[in-house]
Design a protein around this ligand. Structure first.
Ligand SMILES: [Zn+2]
Length: 314
């Protein structure tokens, strides 16, 4: 009997032990589950973090190159450069790009062969890896233009002709070419490559030096040119930004690239009055330096407050 009791008690202790062990194991299991759930949560957050970094914002830099144009557009790890200022601005633009961490440019657009747009472009073409180069189908006898063509040839690249209606992606941003719509213009300005940039519900219209003739053709083609931000054509000259065009674009923001005391009196009084009458916020490099517009796909923010509606003084 005694032996039986001892065995019975041992059996009970064993049962208790097994019970406790299984209880611990199951609670440990729960812990593991919750830990792994936490891990799952963390890894999901991380993935989301990476995803949002990859998608990022759309950043449009209107680089201050004085009486000239140069626009760097960044989306995620993709970059596009539209124009590179005057001949003497090549180094300034290059340093700006390097500061932004640009190692290669997926797209380069030389809007038209005037020196204040393509002057510094040969310098950039020589120094950066480039995916595709767009130039309008027109030549010029200037050294600035010749230098760009030589730089492209030396790189073993070919010029791509911009065709209105053509679209391509810059990361998750969409670019549509809207001009030039003709192959014979008196003024080189009208050959300007015009690009509409769309990111989420935000849009930007970048017009180079396109004047009234090109604006009229863009309107006639029926392109959707509504945009939140308009890079005002031809440094705010009265030869661009017709009433019809501005009404159709209906921007909230306008950017003007010009230099204080420039020879042309840009931006002209007529243009500034049109912008003022429509309550469009004006960001101008002559007053504010480099202007950076950042879009999160819903809203656009700036690195500076808007400037004035003052006309340029000669
Ligand atoms: Zn110009």
């Amino acid at each position: 009997m005694k032996r039986f009791k001892v065995r019975y008690i041992r059996f009970l202790i064993l049962l208790l032990f097994v019970f406790l062990l299984s209880g611990c194991a199951s609670s440990a299991g729960n812990n593991t589950m919750s830990v792994s759930n936490d891990k799952l949560q963390i890894s999901t957050n991380k993935q989301q973090g990476i995803k949002s970094d990859e998608n990022g914002n759309l950043i449009v830099h209107f680089i201050n190159v004085g009486q000239a144009d140069s626009i760097l557009i960044q989306q995620g790890s993709k970059y596009m450069l539209i124009d590179a200022g005057n001949n003497g601005d090549g180094k300034l633009v290059k340093n700006y790009l390097l500061k932004q961490g640009v190692k290669s440019l997926d797209y380069v657009i030389g809007t038209h062969p005037h020196e204040d747009h393509i002057g510094g472009l040969d310098y950039i073409i020589n120094d950066f890896k480039i995916g595709k180069i767009y130039l309008p189908k027109v030549t010029s006898t200037t050294k600035a233009f010749g230098d760009v063509i030589v730089a492209i040839k030396n790189k073993g690249m070919k010029v791509a002709e911009p065709k209105p209606g053509e679209t391509f992606n810059l990361g998750t941003a969409k670019c549509t070419i809207l001009a030039p719509n003709n192959s014979k213009y008196k003024d080189l300005n009208n050959y300007s490559v015009v690009v509409k940039l769309e990111f989420g519900s935000n849009s930007f219209l970048l017009t180079g030096d396109a004047e009234d003739i090109s604006e009229g053709e863009i309107l006639a083609k029926g392109f959707n040119i509504k945009a939140d931000l308009l890079k005002v054509g031809h440094h705010g000259s009265r030869s661009s930004t017709t009433d019809k065009f501005l009404t159709k674009v209906n921007p909230k923001y306008a950017v003007i690239s010009s230099e204080t005391g420039n020879d042309y009196g840009h931006p002209h009084r007529e243009t500034m009055d049109k912008l003022k009458n429509k309550n469009i916020s004006v960001y101008r490099t002559d007053e504010l330096g480099t202007i950076i517009a950042t879009s999160n796909g819903k809203t656009i923010s700036f690195n500076t407050k808007p400037g004035s509606y003052k006309a340029g003084q000669r």
